[in-house]
Design a protein around this ligand. Structure first.
Ligand SMILES: NC(=O)c1ccc[n+]([C@@H]2O[C@H](COP(=O)([O-])OP(=O)(O)OC[C@H]3O[C@@H](n4cnc5c(N)ncnc54)[C@H](O)[C@@H]3O)[C@@H](O)[C@H]2O)c1
Ligand SMILES: CC(C)(O)[C@@H](O)C(=O)O
Ligand SMILES: [Mg+2]
Ligand SMILES: [Mg+2]
Length: 364
């Protein structure tokens, strides 16, 4: 394992140089990897493994949209696609990729098939860390580990197809066979990770829940909404407000941050912009610090897990989520965004004009 220096702190990292795909294939050659669940992570992880030469099968409820998707992705019923219980029985490594709430419901069935020497794989520390709420307590004679891609399953698949790799964390909770390390790292490489950094189950779930509620998803929408509201209330048009809040960030400035860091993005903006950003960023940090602290405490106390379990275990949770997503989609800001996206030259097609017209009608 390589030790790399991250801003002055040494950490364990597994790279593809050190653990190439051929080594992963060798480690996994006698395994049957059963991917249980074919939602967002399931397809990315299953297809990448399959194309990386791993013996992978999918377990999914029959008569579901995800079952049909697995078929159209090339998994063959009775050969590489089975109902969940049969896949659990056939698999030597169980990749538990149902939604975190569904993992609770199905746990008694999964547990039944965890015979000695098998491995239980997660992509989140949720089920194990919050086991008082989930009831997920694996038998002692199986390996238990995780590989958590740091991004959407959609990105995992897209980056794989582009010859790139999404980074993932990995953690071992239980090493019953003495092979947990090589198994988890081999899986991490096989699903298409660019590299793997070490964590534990608790840290993975605490950081992940904080990140998605914070800067990655919750905070970013909150900051967008606040700035957009101020600009609109001061008489700026939707197109100007959206461009100055979202479009410029995603299309122009974030790619520069991704490439070479914040100071480099700043250095590629005017000295006027740099002066202002350097003056204001600490005010934003100080204003949001208490919110982030509350958020972390809520995560660490298990309150965020409880809320997710409670709402996502209801039979109509998909419909309820869809109502809330529609609220975002139907807000003026994101309707303006739809028009703005349609105007990108690469998206120019006749439909763009319809969008423009629809938006003009809706806003004026
Ligand atoms: N979505 C992501 O990109 C992402 C990223 C990193 C980690 N993760 C983690 O990966 C795991 C899987 O997440 P996901 O977002 O892919 O899940 P998901 O919400 O897309 O659901 C996965 C599958 O669960 C099935 N399912 C739902 N309820 C069920 C039930 N009661 N019985 C049987 N099947 C049921 C669905 O049909 C679907 O195929 C979770 O632990 C999640 O936290 C997800
Ligand atoms: C893709 C995310 C936000 O990183 C993941 O954590 C999830 O839960 O979907
Ligand atoms: Mg998450
Ligand atoms: Mg995440």
């Amino acid at each position: 394992m390589a030790k790399l220096n991250f801003g002055g702190v040494e950490e364990n990292v597994v790279t593809r140089d050190e653990f190439p795909l051929a080594k992963a294939q060798e480690v996994l050659k006698d395994e049957v990897v059963a991917v249980i669940g074919y939602g967002v992570q399931g397809p990315g992880q299953a297809l990448n493994q399959k194309e990386n030469g791993v013996n992978v099968i999918v377990g999914q409820r029959k008569n579901s949209k995800s079952w049909d998707k697995a078929v159209s992705d090339g998994f063959v019923p009775g050969e590489t696609l089975f109902d969940i219980e049969e896949a659990l029985q056939r698999g030597t490594i169980i990749c538990y990729l149902l939604s975190d709430a569904a993992q609770i419901q199905l746990w008694p069935t999964v547990k039944k098939h965890l015979t000695p020497g098998k491995a239980l794989y997660f992509s989140h520390g949720f089920g194990i860390t919050y086991n008082e709420q989930t009831g997920i307590v694996p038998p002692k004679d199986v390996d238990v580990f995780l590989v958590a891609p740091k991004g959407s399953g959609t990105s995992l698949r897209r980056m794989f197809l582009q010859g790139r790799g999404l980074n993932s964390s990995y953690a071992i909770f239980q090493d019953a066979t003495g092979r947990a390390y090589e198994r988890v790292v081999a899986l991490g490489i096989a699903i298409g990770s660019g590299y793997l950094f070490e964590t534990d189950f608790r840290k993975e779930v605490f950081s992940d829940l904080t990140g998605e509620r914070g800067t990655l998803m919750g905070a970013i929408q909150g900051i967008f909404a606040a700035q957009y509201q101020v600009l609109r209330s001061k008489g700026h048009s939707p197109s100007e407000s959206f461009n100055e809040t979202v479009e410029e960030l995603t299309q122009s400035l974030m790619p520069l941050v991704a490439e070479n860091g914040m100071d480099w993005m700043y250095a590629n903006c005017s000295t006027t912009a740099q002066r202002g950003a350097l003056d204001w960023w600490k005010k934003f940090r100080d204003a949001t610090l208490p919110v982030f602290t509350d958020l972390y405490e809520s995560v660490a106390a298990g309150k965020e897990a409880a809320k997710s379990i409670e709402s996502n275990s209801k039979p109509d949770y998909r419909e309820k989520l869809e109502v809330e997503l529609a609220e975002l989609r139907d807000s003026e800001m994101w309707r303006a965004g739809k028009t703005v996206r349609s105007l990108r030259p690469e998206n120019q097609e006749p439909a763009a004009e319809e969008n423009q017209e629809a938006f003009v009608e809706a806003v004026i």
